[in-house]
Design a binder for this molecule. Structure first.
Ligand code: ADP
Ligand code: MG
Length: 399
């Protein structure tokens, strides 16, 4: 990865205006945020810049207003949450450029923080319009991108601005890029990838990218069923994309050529109905699944063997749960493998990086979220990175 500038590369910023792209797209209920993790993630960057004496202008999107101004999607709704997390009052500025922004900057003192309105109110944002980016850039002395979760979008505030102002990665962006580089950019080998989740179709590009990069590809979750079916296993009523068995076979061939071992479960947890602790639940060999049963989790023997694989590896990248973890006891394989990975990480023998909406929830459920080397909450951006795609927001910082 080419290098990018960080806050360490900033000179004296006293009184200078920092345009800082952050992710403040908080989940809301009844007008207040239900989770402020995203604000906590950008807090170090904001406070560092403020403490260095910059005038910090926060730039973010909120919801999907599609280029129109909706009063219900103003970033002013998260002002209180941001103030609470930062422990500081901030000034709401109901524009992203023009005289109102200019006057607000005059009012702000060095070290003060302003919150610009929802950048997606203007069509130039998602169109990555050059003039729109230039209009925003005119107010700033430099640009900081701390929103990795928006880096897969080439929008004016995530990509365009980097072409008009000196650009820096914020601390959260820096940590994310370093973790991802350590996991798949230039990882310590051998590398294992765990790919699970519901469907092969949503992760084809992920699988194709990984087979060329990792030594062990561990496939679990519903997508394992498609691979098992491709190998001629009767998976009964399991969630399975039978139309993708050719694709699964092709991926296994690619893995073969690349020297990547594909690990599929050889024992599984099955049930006739999908419910918590169903009476029909049993553990069996993959070749013994009855026609009215569905596979809902990887079996205990396979989990133990997979743990042994992880013990031989230096790096792990994980996306997707091993089973239908939301329903007990089909969380068992995910929890057990996550605990093994966490223990190896804490012992210092494994660098572990995980991401994906349900994966983060599963690791939290297993109680090991903080024991991994890095857990990305970036969602779409994390997946595109696992697909091996260049993220425009990152490319613009590293150009
Ligand atoms: P992520 O959000 O981490 O990328 P996915 O969205 O791809 O993960 O997949 C998560 C979903 O996959 C979960 O809702 C889980 O219940 C489901 N899943 C995992 N294994 C199975 C299975 N054997 N059968 C049905 N659903 C499964
Ligand atoms: Mg998901």
């Amino acid at each position: 990865m080419s290098s990018f500038r960080t806050l360490d590369d900033l000179g004296d910023v006293t009184g200078k205006v920092a345009l800082v792209r952050v992710d403040l797209n908080l989940p809301m209920k009844d007008g207040s945020a239900t989770d402020v993790t995203r604000v906590e993630a950008v807090k170090p960057t904001i406070l560092e810049l403020a403490n260095k004496g910059a005038k910090v202008l926060l730039l973010a999107h909120f919801g999907r207003p599609k280029g129109q101004r909706y009063s219900t999607m103003s970033t002013s709704f998260v002002q209180g949450d941001v103030e609470e997390v930062l422990g500081k009052e901030i000034m709401f500025i109901p524009e992203v450029m023009g005289p109102v922004v200019e006057q607000s900057i005059d009012i702000l003192s060095a070290g003060d923080i302003g919150l610009l309105d929802n950048v997606r109110f203007w069509p130039g944002e998602e169109a990555n319009d050059r003039e729109f980016a230039k209009g925003m850039a005119a107010h700033g002395d430099f640009y900081v991108n701390d929103a990795f979760s928006a880096a897969h979008r080439a929008h004016a505030s995530t990509e365009g601005l980097a072409h008009h102002l000196p650009a820096y990665a914020g601390r959260a962006m820096e940590a994310e890029l370093k973790a991802l580089e350590a996991a798949l950019g230039s990882p310590e080998q051998p590398v294992a990838a765990v790919v699970g989740g519901a469907k092969v179709s949503t992760k084809l590009d992920v699988l194709e990218n990984l087979v060329g990069k990792v030594q062990h590809l561990i496939i679990g979750g519903g997508m394992a069923n498609t691979f098992l079916a491709a190998r001629g296993v009767d998976v009964g009523k399991s969630l399975c994309e039978h139309d993708l068995t050719d694709t699964a076979n092709r991926i296994m061939d690619q893995a073969d050529h690349a020297g990547c071992t594909v690990h599929l479960p050889y024992d599984v947890v099955v049930a006739k109905e999908f419910a918590a602790n169903p009476p029909s639940m049993r553990v069996c060999n993959v070749h013994e699944v009855a026609s009215d049963e569905m596979i809902l989790d990887v079996g205990p023997q396979a989990v133990e063997a997979l743990g042994d694989v992880l013990k031989t590896c230096s790096t792990l990248v994980w996306n997707g749960p091993m089973g239908a973890f939301e329903t007990e006891p089909f969380d068992a394989a995910t929890v057990a493998l996550a605990k093994t990975a966490a223990a190896l990480t804490q012992d210092g023998s494994l660098t572990s990086v995980a991401g994906g909406g349900d994966t983060v929830a599963a690791l939290a459920h297993a109680g090991v979220k903080d024991d991994f080397t890095f857990v990305s909450t970036a969602g779409g951006a994390f997946l595109e990175w696992m697909e091996g795609k260049a993220l425009p927001g990152v490319a613009a910082l590293t150009a």
